[in-house]
Design a binder for this molecule. Sequence first.
Ligand SMILES: Nc1nc2c(ncn2[C@@H]2O[C@H](COP(=O)(O)OP(=O)(O)OP(=O)(O)O)[C@@H](O)[C@H]2O)c(=O)[nH]1
Ligand SMILES: [Mg+2]
Length: 343
Amino acid sequence: MKFIDEVTITVSSGHGGPGAVSFRRESMMPRGGPDGGDGGKGGDVIFKSSKHLNSLIDIRHNKKYPAQNGQPGAGANCFGANGQDMVLTVPEGTLVRNMDGEVLIDLTGIEEHVLLKGGRGGKGNAFFKTSTNQAPEHAQPGEDGERMEIKLELKLIADVGIIGFPNAGKSTLISRISAAKPKIADYPFTTLTPNLGVVKAADFKSFVVADIPGLVKGAHQGVGLGIQFLKHIERTRFFIHLVDASGLSGRDPIQDYEDINYELTKYDENNAEKEGFFSLADRPQIVVLNKIDTLSIDQLEKLKSTFKKKTGVEPLMISAVTGKNIKELIIELTRKVFQEEEL
Ligand SMILES: Nc1nc2c(ncn2[C@@H]2O[C@H](COP(=O)(O)OP(=O)(O)OP(=O)(O)O)[C@@H](O)[C@H]2O)c(=O)[nH]1
Ligand SMILES: [Mg+2]
């Protein structure tokens, strides 16, 4: 299964500025020579790749990305200013295709590529002065820029995977922290295929979270939907281990937490031989207890301390429905995603 982020936009390079027709006029020189300057060059459309971006979310804000036109030339041999380039910074690995689907640029391993060149500026009349034509009356127009509709495409790679029992609120959580709109319902196995969401964090940072179908005890033996969906989060850096704290399911949060971890170790055993595999059980986890809106303050404190005592882990307590502590969770996720990147 592939998750593709796709955006269609129109890019255009700038027109060249026209050259000027002008003659020097000074009181002592009634018949001054030509002094029309050249127009400026139109801006280029340039793609740059960045390792620090991981989705096309920032490109979605606009449909059109024009570079600036060059300025016209002027008298006194003034050249027009060059138009500013349109620089689009996109994640490394982005493909730029034309509308026929042909790949124009593959930003894998390359840092910068000019897609459309801006038009040249026109020559001013000063340029056309010759011994036989001392007073040329014409200047060149600027060259036109180019316009193109393109499709950007990026295979999304999730940074963070959400694991947990069915009904724990994984889909509710991803819908809270990203623009993803997965199906949410009060029965197990609502999610049948993974969902990806892009989380926009502070400082223009963003990262990708994957919501996969719930696991149950015995998943490694094929119970429930089985553990095959874990393969979709094999490449994530860490997990949000989401636990239903409400007790409404009739299960025990600590037991749920341990059951899921046990399924991870079983998955590891089955995949240990696979080339490049790295253990899911050893993958860092942010342990999050959800649905705390259903608990009294006393129950909440008690659960938190029992959880810590029995598992050695201090969980974050949230409500994906009311939004309680979601901001704190996003801060923690951002810290962990980008801290590991800097190491
Ligand atoms: N009270 C309360 N209910 C919640 C909370 N988060 C999720 N729910 C409810 O729990 C039920 C299951 O939520 P989902 O987000 O579909 O759970 P899931 O983990 O994606 O479930 P599967 O896709 O079946 O694995 C829904 O009825 C949600 O409204 C919460 O913070 N508080
Ligand atoms: Mg779900």
